[in-house]
Write a protein that binds this ligand. Structure first.
Ligand code: SF4
Length: 102
């Protein structure tokens, strides 16, 4: 079973293309200037998942994000509760491990 979908809209990124409101009008409305507003708290039931994911994928400026989505530069969670999160910090000393090249 898939985990429940939760989304976030970053209105500072929105450029007002209106694609999201076309794909998922129950979740996105457009203000007077055409910029998107999220309707509700971002929780998406399974029945609406495809429409909302299409809005997310088609947003030209990636203003819609899936919460819990991992980004390439995210620090991985510790393997157990005792692990020191500082072990995962990206520093010059371990840059070969995290892929930085000059
Ligand atoms: S598709 Fe993206 S840019 Fe267009 S209105 Fe929606 S959030 Fe804004």
């Amino acid at each position: 079973m898939r985990k429940p979908l939760r989304i976030h809209l970053d209105r500072t990124l929105c450029d007002g293309f209106g694609i999201c409101a076309k794909h998922a009008p129950g979740y996105f409305s457009l203000d007077d200037w055409g910029y998107a507003c999220l309707i509700g708290d971002g929780s998406v039931p399974e029945a609406d998942r495809d429409d909302v994911m299409r809005a997310l994928m088609d947003c030209p400026v990636h203003a819609i994000m899936e919460l819990d989505e991992r980004r390439p530069d995210d620090v991985p969670p510790p393997l157990n509760g005792d692990a020191d999160p500082a072990e995962h910090l990206k520093t010059e000393a371990n840059e070969a491990e995290w892929g930085f090249t000059r």
